[in-house]
Design a protein around this ligand. Structure first.
Ligand SMILES: [Zn+2]
Length: 202
């Protein structure tokens, strides 16, 4: 991305910060566009239902806006607290929207993984296993105090493959057996499953 490009919103002469669905946007217009879309999907969800729109478009939007907001949050040096809060809010709202979408099937599967958090001052690692997996993430047992919105890395014990994931939610179980839902930030087919066939078999 070159710093010389200008935002594509009419009348805006700010530098491009990222792109969303092929449109080059400055930071403020990225934020406002995300808010508008998230609000619209929220209305849709409360009204006629998210199924009235194309789920693939929604998924792509969630994926793109999360990745862009995450990247900005981590790389932009002159980010003020308000913009940072807005970007985190976008990430969490997008993740919530994702949960409301009828997602690809979940499959009960026990796959050994190592979770690691590189959170400053309280980094941890845990060898654990999945309870359920989906194309976009997994439900994982986790004894550590992961936080919603936190970035974790997930490494498969069998293949050594690694993916970056975000904690979407936490669900405490009896006996302190906490389960966390993680969503991949960007990944093709991490679990190596034939999701098309699994979907058809439903
Ligand atoms: Zn702009």
């Amino acid at each position: 991305m070159t710093g010389l490009q200008k935002c594509k919103i009419g009348g805006c002469d700010q530098e491009v910060a990222t792109s969303l669905e092929g449109e080059a946007l400055c930071r403020q217009h990225f934020i406002s566009t995300c808010y508008m879309r998230l609000d619209w999907y929220d209305e849709l969800r409360k009204g006629p239902g998210l199924h009235t729109t194309n789920p693939e478009t929604v998924r792509r939007f969630i994926h793109e806006c999360t990745r862009a907001a995450d990247e900005m949050e981590h790389t932009v040096e002159d980010l003020d607290n308000l913009d940072r809060a807005k970007l985190l809010h976008i990430i969490l709202s997008a993740s919530e929207l994702g949960r409301h979408l009828r997602r690809s099937p979940r499959k009960t599967a026990t796959i050994a993984v190592r979770l690691s958090s590189e959170r400053l001052g309280s980094a941890w690692q845990e060898d654990t296993e999945t309870v359920q997996v989906s194309r976009y993430g997994a439900l994982v047992r986790c004894k550590h105090a992961a936080k919603a919105g936190e970035t974790l890395s997930v490494v498969r014990a069998d293949t050594g493959e690694k993916v970056t994931a975000r904690v979407a939610w936490l669900r405490p179980q009896p006996n302190d057996d906490i389960r966390i839902g993680v969503e991949f930030v960007s990944c093709e087919n991490f679990w190596g499953l034939d999701w098309g066939a699994i979907e058809e078999a439903r």
